[in-house]
Design a protein around this ligand. Sequence first.
Ligand SMILES: [Zn+2]
Length: 415
Amino acid sequence: MSILHHRDRCRLCDSAAVQKVVEISPIPLAEKYADSPESAREMTLYPVDLYMCEDCGHVQILDVIDPEVLWADYTYHSGQTPGLVEHFRNVAHNLVDRYRPTDGALAVDIGSNDGTLLSFFRDQGFSVLGVDPALEIARGATARGIETIPELMSLPLANRVVEERGQAGIVLAFNSFAHTDDMHELADSIRCLLRPDGIFVFECQYLLDVVEKNLLGTIFHEHMCHHSVLPLQRFLQRHGMELIAIERKNIQHGSLLGVAQLLGGPRPVEESVAELMALEDAKGLNRLEVLREFDARLKQMRNKAQELLAECRREKKVIAAFGAARSGPTFINQLGLGGHISVVFDDHPQKVGKYTPGDGIAVLPTQKLSEIKPDYLVILAWIHGAKIMANNASYLEEGGCFVLCCPDVEIVTRH
Ligand SMILES: [Zn+2]
């Protein structure tokens, strides 16, 4: 049985009027590192094209991988990224200051990962509960005192939680709100969990930033929804909720932090909601042409990458990559770098010594960079580009060149 199915309707409004707007080269499942180059190269490549709904404007991937396959052995831990930990701490404190949920209320985090976000609610007196289908990560979070149910959120599970723990004063979905195929079930689960005065808070990558900054690295199978405010407000209202505040954040080069309540709930709708909807309207974010122009820019990036490769072939230069990131296969396949990258440097304990999915490139610890000294180092972990360059300044000083893939293919030399 195939682990892939292709939807033919919009994930948010069920319209059949969905158009392919951004064509991306197929990629393997981005987090499945292999034990041998052969098994890595045998991995199936699946489409990741972006589609836009002509009715509600939602931009989405319609080629859906079975979530059990996608998430069961997931290895990413939020707690490993210091910037993210700090961000979660700030968000948790700001939310409590601003919305003052009742003392001791239950906070439920959907896609709670290692419990980092919930830990900041626990520290403020909340009773906390995580839900995450990544088995090992969920087990680890529970062991560290953040009870985590190792399942995908569903309506039966939401009912069970309400029966056992009561309704929640705050429901969180950070990134998981973009990582779900069945958004209707997710929204119904959230509504079921929420107390009448509760708030639902989500954070996800923002489509406007993806388009304006050419964030190619945000396109992979886990990231099924590329949210924007106009389609989201319609979708939430259909499920008995409404946005009351929405804010743009710099996290991951451009995210949305949204707060919603039950329709007609006790809190006023803040101006930020109408403001961002007006901005999207002015930018034409729900128009097919705007997404097609993004597609054209991505194709130009591929042309630039191919010019670089041609030069490397002529001059027999060595290209390596930095960061065994989730976005790696997208960059490699979309920019046509497959077969040209000799090694990938990364220190992730579950990736060192393994091979990248699809291309079978060996992952070596970053200390090997100074030994191998490639001529070009493509930064695949695009989110941390500036930090990677700062931490490896000596590579640059010794004549190495970084290749950035975001917002454009660009070569950085010491000059
Ligand atoms: Zn739609």
